[in-house]
Design a protein around this ligand. Sequence first.
Ligand code: 13P
Length: 334
Amino acid sequence: MLESAARRMGEEPGGILAADESIGTMGSRLNDIGITDNPEDPTYRNAWRAVMFGASLRPAVNGVILFEEQLANPKLVNMLTVQGVLPGIKIDQGLAFFAGSDVEQVTLGLDGVEKRLKLYSEQGAAFTKFRSFIHIREGQGMPSDACILANAKVQAGFARASQDSGRVPMVEPEVNMVGEHPIEYCAEVTEQVLRIVFEELDAAGVHLPGMVLKPNMILSGSKAKNRAAPEAVARATVDVLSRVVPDAVPVIAFLSGGQTDEEAYANLSAINLTARAEGHPWRLTYSFGRAAQKGALNVWRGSPYSVQAARARFVELLAEMSAASMGAYPTVAV
Ligand code: 13P
């Protein structure tokens, strides 16, 4: 059951849509398009989700990660299930500073997770997502080994609890792209993070064919000079994955992490071309949030008159993402 659900989440030509912004994060995305969001009132937050979920999502979207406010809304969940799209749930609950650091963080949400998993299962969640957030400060000892290990242990505990409840865990150990560091340092840190995560998953008895890995791509820092082009991103990403991700993991669905949509799609496409040429076993696809939504959110801007245009733009972006997940972006017009 877990194995077939995990494979279904990555089924070609689709991937996962991340629409699990917390109330605060969604509020700031809405503020960016001129909407004043009220944390006490989900109207706009739900309206944006209804714009997306009312679009024709298949075959580009196999599953959608929701925030608990939206999973608790049967109307929104139904907009997915009638299309054959799996609902998922973000189950992490914020970040705390790690061991006295004012930069490094560890993810919260493991306490009482069994009880919440029971509720989410009743509400229809087929899979879960848990994100940890690793900061890079090259030359300042960050990330520290201790912080990497602490986050990996939480990831493993979450993944095991999720599988015990019959839900596929998406394990998301994000290495943040913010910084001036070169691509080589992102590769070094990501390789270490993933290696420790898989050691802890093994120790916790997590069944690898019943999970999805949601990593960052290997990128130059967002403020680096001469940022690496897609071919170099692909080479570095496939090299790191092939060293540390067991073949038993069926699906690797990348986060976009603050890349523009064109950048994320071009990189995903190049990663697929490289991995396919070399015969790697995993399905390599997307679990994008910002890179999937931003272009359509900018068309919508909260107006009922722009819903159709926003959906049309969203469907175009989904088609481009889908092409990228098969190594065929940019699509050439004929
Ligand atoms: P981005 O693609 O915007 O990084 O979001 C993915 C996600 O789910 C972050 O947890």
